[in-house]
Every structure is written in C-alpha cells, then in structure tokens.
Design a protein around this ligand. Structure first.
Ligand SMILES: [Zn+2]
Length: 146
C-alpha cells in the first residue's frame, strides 16, 4: 500500500507517461477498494432499486396502453399481459430478480456489476416503455361520417 502510494506521488511529480499511468491505475485500485466497503442497502442501491421499480411500473402501464390500442405483446403472450394481476406479479418478480442479481454481485465482490444490473435494467425498461407509447395505434381509423 505504501509502495503504491509512493508510486502515485512519484508519478505526479514526473511527467513520464508510463509512470503516470501506473499512478492512475493505483488510484483506481484505491477507489475500487473504497467501493467495496459499502453495505448492500446503501443510498445508491436504494435509489437504483427504486428506479428499477419505477421503470417496471412504467413498463406495466405502457404495455397495457399498447394493448388497449390493439397492439400485440411480443415478449410475453397477449393472454398473460391481458391478465393484469398476473402481469403485475411478473413485473414485481422482474424487480425482485434484478435486486437478487445485484445482491449476488455484491456478495461476490462485483460491485460495479451490482450497480450496472440496476442501471441497465432501468435503461432498457424505460426505452421499452417509451417505445410502447410511441407505437402506432393498430385500430383502423373510424370511417368519416358524411
Ligand atoms: Zn456492493
């Protein structure tokens, strides 16, 4: 540790590229070491898990909106989505599985993957919800009355 710290200080004093790189990776390692020292239910994870829950809720309502406009569900079946209780349970399970995966990554020391699980989940789900709302309504336009 002292050796790495000394290297870091030395790298800041000399402009030579390889040693500066060594100093950078040393400070990155220190950051990683700090990052491992966090409880699973810290503020960041609480916000990320809340975000996953919100994005799954958004997916729930955007999918029902899409179905109400006559579009076909592609990931699940129309029957599952049209059973609102079952679909809500699936959305809740999706949130649970995501938190579970984060917990496994946390326990195995993969704290970046732990955060990325939620970040990716939120991104993909939110984009899917936006897509659901952007899909054209499948109903034929009502005939114009003369
Ligand atoms: Zn962690």
């Amino acid at each position: 540790m002292t050796f790495g710290w000394a290297l870091g200080v030395y790298a800041q004093e000399t402009p030579s590229a390889p040693q500066a790189k060594q100093g950078a990776s040393d400070s990155a390692a220190t950051e990683t070491f700090k990052a491992t020292k966090h409880p699973f239910w810290d503020g960041t994870n609480a916000w990320l898990f809340a975000g996953v829950g919100v994005s799954r809720t958004l997916d729930y309502f955007s999918t029902l909106n899409m179905r109400a406009r006559g579009r076909q569900e592609i990931l699940l079946s129309n029957d599952i989505v049209d059973n609102h209780a079952a679909f809500a349970a699936i959305e809740a399970a999706g949130t649970g599985v995501s938190i579970g995966a984060s917990y496994l990554f946390h326990r195995t020391g993969h704290h970046k993957l732990e955060r990325w699980t939620s970040t990716t989940h939120i991104s993909v789900t939110t984009m899917g919800s936006v897509r659901n709302y952007c899909l054209k309504t499948a109903h034929a336009a009502p005939p114009a009355t003369p």
